[in-house]
Design a protein around this ligand. Structure first.
Ligand code: FES
Ligand SMILES: [Fe+2]
Length: 394
């Protein structure tokens, strides 16, 4: 249970009784160029997504030595491999001979990484260890032909990597107090049930939707909105990272219940939002949804990797059914509800209807998100401060 659970539920209950929510100090306007200017988009991808530590996978996706995962992230062919020392390494999935893609997209287990073109082979650390027909090829300094590495660290059950060779980062510094908060989710000990990629609207349109409960009753009236109190948000920030607490409909039951009988986690729902593209949402008890939003080639599209986790592998029919229900609910809520609205926003962006979007005082997490983008864009290098928790309670 989250150590702040009692205080979070108290904060949520106070809002519930008063029909209030945590608020920003004022409303905020964002020029639509932030959403549709392709030059700006290219700079943002470069500055934010290619130079900050990005959550590229969950540790449980690479369960043992030799497990690998190949994927293309914003045009970067990425290969993650867990070594004999159980450390995960990130490399470019590109052969050093003449550039063939080494592993097909997806996950698996392999003794060696063997290029499909001329069978050069690499070990888990990315060192070149074999060349087919090496005697005929001619002498080369094998040490100089290892795979190109990317800085990569594991923390809180998540694999973080920078997509630019030569970049280094300190994941504890990047996450600050949010790292401990992520540790409470115990992500190393869940069972990965299902993973899928969803096409969605542009990066900011998509992420905005993950950061407020203002739309829940309307957009999600058939799904998560049935369980959530609309327009009620309890917010804690950790620099650019945020923890959103939504109230469940059952909150009202606590009004007449003595506090020592409260089961706080049954009445709230936590969303952990890691800047810039991670959202972890525990929706129904033993089930959890991890979403990674990867910007597409233009500002108009994204791919969201949805990972459905369950506390332990479902075995009985009832457990399998509960997990299927959760998986179907999250797919519907995101693809058919959030992204449907998101696509409609995206298609209207080029119209002359708005010159700017306005975010309400009741949308503080969206405001913080856009402020963080501005701050990172103004930074010349990765000189961010170690994020400290800043309780909202406004
Ligand atoms: S391109 Fe990989 S061995 Fe030739
Ligand atoms: Fe939503």
């Amino acid at each position: 249970m989250n150590k702040d659970a009692m205080s979070l539920v108290r904060r949520a209950l106070r809002h519930f009784k008063q029909s209030t929510t945590d608020q920003a100090d004022s409303t905020m306007e964002i020029s639509l160029s932030a959403y549709r200017d392709e030059t700006r988009y290219g700079l943002e991808i470069e500055r934010i997504f290619k130079h900050l530590p990005i959550a590229v996978a969950l540790s449980i996706e690479l369960p043992e030595s030799g497990s690998y995962r190949a994927m293309t992230v914003m045009g970067v062919p990425l290969l993650l491999v867990r070594g004999e020392d159980l450390k995960v390494r990130a490399m470019l999935n590109v052969c050093r001979h003449r550039g063939a893609k080494l592993c097909e997209e997806g996950a698996g287990k392999s003794r060696l990484i063997v290029c499909p073109y001329h069978a050069w082979s690499y070990n888990y650390e990315g060192a070149l260890v074999g060349r087919y027909g090496g005697d005929t090829f001619g002498e080369i300094a094998s040490d100089s032909y290892g795979l190109t590495g990317l800085h990569c660290e594991e923390k809180a059950g998540i694999i973080w990597a920078s997509l630019t060779p030569g970049d280094v980062f300190d994941v504890d510094h990047w996450l600050g107090d949010f790292g401990e908060e992520l540790e409470t989710l115990d992500l190393n000990n869940w069972h990965l049930y299902e993973q899928r990629d969803l096409a969605g609207p542009g990066w900011k349109v998509t992420m905005d939707g993950y950061l407020e409960a203002y739309h829940h009753q309307l957009v999600h009236r058939e799904t998560v909105g049935k369980y959530t109190v609309g327009n009620l948000l309890v917010l804690d920030t950790y620099g650019p990272h945020q923890r959103l607490t939504f109230g469940r409909r059952t909150l009202g039951e606590l009004i007449d219940q003595p506090q020592d009988e409260w089961q706080p986690m049954e009445h709230i729902r936590l969303i952990h939002s890691g800047f810039p593209n991670l959202s972890i949402s525990g929706i129904l008890g033993d089930h959890c949804l991890v979403s990674q939003v990867f910007p597409g080639e233009t500002s108009e599209t994204t791919i969201t990797r949805q990972t459905v986790l369950v506390a332990k592998k479902p075995v009985t029919d009832a457990e399998i059914e509960a997990t299927e229900t959760f998986s179907a609910l999250t797919l519907k809520a995101v693809r058919d509800e959030d992204y449907r609205v998101g696509n409609s926003i995206q298609s209207g962006l080029k119209s002359a209807a708005n010159e700017y979007f306005i975010f309400g005082r009741n949308e503080p997490a969206v405001q913080n998100y856009h402020q963080a983008i501005e701050e990172f864009m103004a930074m010349e290098s990765n000189q961010w401060e170690r994020p400290k928790k800043d309780s909202g309670g406004r």
